[in-house]
Design a protein around this ligand. Sequence first.
Ligand SMILES: NC(=O)c1ccc[n+]([C@@H]2O[C@H](COP(=O)([O-])OP(=O)(O)OC[C@H]3O[C@@H](n4cnc5c(N)ncnc54)[C@H](OP(=O)(O)O)[C@@H]3O)[C@@H](O)[C@H]2O)c1
Length: 337
Amino acid sequence: MSELNVIIVGFGFIGRELVRTLREKIDKIRRLDQEFRIVGASDSRGYLYHEDGLSLEKLSSVERLSDYSTEYCEGGSTEELIEKDSIDLMVEATPTNIKDGEPGLTFIKTALSKGVHVVTSNKGPLVVAFRELTNLAEKNGCHLLYEGTVAGAVPIFSLIRECLQGDKIRRITGILNGTTNYILSRMYFEGTSFELALKEAQERGITERDPSYDVDGIDAACKVVILANALMNRNVKFEEVERTGIRRITQEAISLAKKSNFAIKLIGTIDRRIEVAPKLVPINHPLCVHGTLNAIHIETDLAREITLVGYGAGKETVSAVLNDMLTVMKRKAESTQ
Ligand SMILES: NC(=O)c1ccc[n+]([C@@H]2O[C@H](COP(=O)([O-])OP(=O)(O)OC[C@H]3O[C@@H](n4cnc5c(N)ncnc54)[C@H](OP(=O)(O)O)[C@@H]3O)[C@@H](O)[C@H]2O)c1
């Protein structure tokens, strides 16, 4: 039987949705771990810690951690929280920073160095220091799982690691950014201009704070780096990804493609090349999905072709984070049998 003391670092959209989901699914979780508890949570201003566990009911009812109780340690750092005794798993969901990976990179390194397992939805640390982090996890006998970092709820890492163990992955292609897919879909179906479709996406709140992360292919390139390093044994740096965004895609180009039964999609490709660029995709190809959907097409020696389609962001991402947490629980339970 596993007994996990968990901390949640970052109490924003993902952190809060996770807490609500844990509360909802607590019976399922307790079947694996009767003692499961959230002992701490932090945001940018401080943290909560209680060794006997925080109340999931109360935690899921507050918007800010400081509203939970006077136990909130204002000004306390996440590092202090990670250093507390008896923490087994850290769920890390702080903002993505692809320049230096911080603050998540330091949190993950601190946790792994202490032998604390890590589940993260934050691309930044993995883009900046993938090998360093996986080596640190291995050295300290920890699990480092990051299903939510690429294509949200789409279980690409679990599928390849669990279900394609004997396959050689030859090529991965994918629509890895839902915002650009939304923009290109509006242009394709409604004849909207790029500028108007981008404005609509911003109004719907589905762009990054700086939309160039989406439209210039930066976000998709980060995901390509993680996929290449995690699943195809590469050691790719972000700067090595050949990257072209969608700013120059005109309505004329989309219409011309449509007449020949193609759509233009922003595709990340990992084979001999590592690139993100707009491509013509036949409308009957499984990758040709629309709206904010993501899709990943895997080509292998044995299974040949598999395509996964699903939601790349939003609260659906919690599915991936929770699955990673349950995986850590299962592995811990197996190792103590
Ligand atoms: N939202 C999605 O749909 C989605 C999908 C897939 C992956 N992700 C990734 O998941 C991560 C979290 O996303 P989100 O949407 O939840 O972001 P968010 O709403 O901006 O929340 C980020 C949280 O991190 C906290 N934080 C910032 N600096 C911190 C520090 N030094 N110590 C502790 N906490 C700190 C913030 O604190 P304050 O509350 O005090 O500001 C906030 O609670 C990001 O890396 C994101 O890219 C998000």
